[in-house]
Design a protein around this ligand. Structure first.
Ligand code: ADP
Ligand code: GLC
Length: 482
């Protein structure tokens, strides 16, 4: 029997993306399809989404969805079914999904994503004619209230719900004054309901209500039991430990295939690594870097504390002095942006920086860079190191979360066994990162060893195969337990 899953996400490629959640929500339907799961994606109707819907039609109207007129639009995302919440008062505006063009959060984010979750709960509990689902699968705080609505105020028969944590650092906290607007019964205002430190916690509410909790790597699933990573919700995770599963993300091997990537000047495979040289030369030209024997490091990242970008900034002079070069693409904290721009002007020809967001350039960096730096303080899964593996751009990563789970450190034994796929380091400190950079420079100078690391990475399994099955097995087990 085919299992029908409603995947509730605030972003999904190719329609809307600010980070890894979009890659995962976009790839998941294809990943589970081979396991007899029919997944429908449910997205908010942001301006960008509405503009790119293609053939689509309205299938339902809410005269008042938490006070807002709204319609349900049915369309396709890739080859898979898509539902979109068209609530112009909430989502049709210029700017990003969560904030305005200056990066400030929308003041009504609480209401926006409460309405999104209310609509998801209506859909999942069969309130919209012609649409039936066996499982509600909610991603991150933006979808978090879905479980609470299903638990305390279903519109029909509530199916099992799953809450996936892509990042515990973003929890969706809103003031108590939002509560009366949600239409939830008084009993939902409880410590095991939606209440969190006197306000409403969207992620917390979802974690309390969910039949099962998943996060995006086994190591992060363990880490979030600790206060350092649990960010206030570690106690809840410990209490529900038996229902917490770590399922590592895969990558979309169609969009991210170095042999057929239209963004690359010179496509290549593990057997034609020599062709990467042309991609590197193109990058050097694009970033104004002088050619050199040392490795070309790349960074593709949000410029934030989570990503350890302040630590990288601390060692950038060391990197430039080591014979290596750096090409960076990123945006985020204004102080970090300014810091990296400053570093580029201090090290012309050795450090090049693009502030911004550029999908095509992110592919070119993976296809031409020698090594990708990911010095994250915490990383639930991380995708850029996976793209690096697939593209022979050797990941140099902090040993945390999904980075620990997906990269095999080039220690002597792993190199000898031909198993090494990257470089790992421990504490995210300038000293440890500088040492990792030095190790990388040394390994890179041994061409045979370096190419073996590149090839082992390219051959490692970063596809969705195993994880798609893990999600499908989880859906099945919840239906059997019901
Ligand atoms: P997170 O979701 O925490 O930012 P991930 O590694 O899971 O981290 O995913 C980040 C995604 O966003 C990857 O697909 C990466 O290539 C992409 N990305 C990050 N910054 C940029 C940028 N400035 N331009 C283009 N793509 C970017
Ligand atoms: C979050 C995490 C990242 C993860 C992504 C997709 O943005 O920060 O580590 O890869 O979600 O699950």
């Amino acid at each position: 029997m085919t299992i029908r899953v409603l995947s509730i996400a605030s972003e999904a490629v190719p329609l809307i993306k600010t980070g890894g959640l979009a890659d995962v929500a976009g790839a998941l339907p294809g990943a589970v399809a081979q396991h007899d799961v029919a997944m429908t994606t449910f997205l908010p109707g942001y301006r960008a989404v509405m503009a790119n819907l293609g053939k689509a039609r309205a299938v339902h109207t809410w005269p008042s969805l938490l006070g807002q007129p709204a319609r349900l639009i049915k369309g396709l995302i890739g080859a898979n079914p898509l539902l979109v919440l068209d609530a112009p008062g909430l989502f049709q505006r210029d700017g990003g999904p969560y904030g305005d063009a200056t990066g400030r959060d929308w003041a009504d984010n609480g209401l926006r994503f409460a309405a999104f979750a209310r609509a998801a709960a209506d859909l999942a509990s069969g309130a919209v004619r012609g649409l039936t689902f066996d499982i509600a699968h909610a991603h991150d705080w933006q979808a978090g209230l879905t479980g609470a609505f299903l638990r305390f105020a279903p519109a029909g028969k509530a199916p099992p719900s799953i809450m996936t944590i892509h990042n515990m650092a973003f929890q969706g906290h809103f003031p108590r004054t939002l509560f009366p607007e949600l239409g939830l019964p008084e009993e939902a205002w409880a410590i095991n309901g939606v209440e969190y430190h006197g306000g409403i916690g969207f992620l917390k509410a979802g974690l309390e209500a969910a039949w099962a909790i998943t996060t995006v790597s086994p190591t992060y699933a363990t880490e979030i039991r600790d206060p350092e990573f649990g960010m206030g919700l570690d106690g809840l995770i410990r209490t529900r430990q038996g229902q917490v599963h770590g399922i590592v993300n895969g990558i979309d091997t169609h969009d991210w295939n170095p042999a057929s990537d239209p963004n690359l000047a010179s496509p290549f495979t593990a057997r034609t690594l020599g062709r990467r040289a042309a991609n590197r030369a193109a990058l050097e030209a694009e970033f104004g870097l002088e050619p050199g024997a040392g490795p070309l490091f790349v960074v593709i990242s949000r410029l934030t504390w989570q990503k350890g970008m302040d630590v990288l900034l601390d060692v950038i002079d060391h990197l430039a002095a080591s014979g290596a070069r750096l090409a960076m693409l990123g945006s985020g904290d204004k102080a970090l942006e300014a810091g990296f721009v400053g570093a580029a002007s201090r090290h012309p020809g050795r450090v090049g920086v693009r502030i911004g967001y550029d999908e095509g350039l992110s592919h070119r960096l993976q296809g031409g860079g020698d090594a990708i730096l990911v010095p994250s303080r915490f990383e639930p899964c991380g995708l850029t190191q996976l793209y690096g593996l697939a593209y022979g751009c050797v990941p140099v990563v902090a040993r945390t979360g999904g980075l620990a789970d997906t990269v095999i450190d080039a220690n002597l034994a792993a190199v000898a066994a031909g198993a090494a796929t990257g470089i790992q380091f421990g504490a995210v400190t300038p000293e440890a990162l500088a040492e990792a950079i030095d190790r990388t420079v040394a390994l890179h100078s041994q061409t045979t060893v370096w190419q073996a690391i590149q090839r082992a990475g390219m051959k490692s399994d970063f596809s969705w195969g195993r994880s798609g099955k893990a999600y499908a097995d989880l859906y099945k087990s919840l239906l059997e337990a019901r």
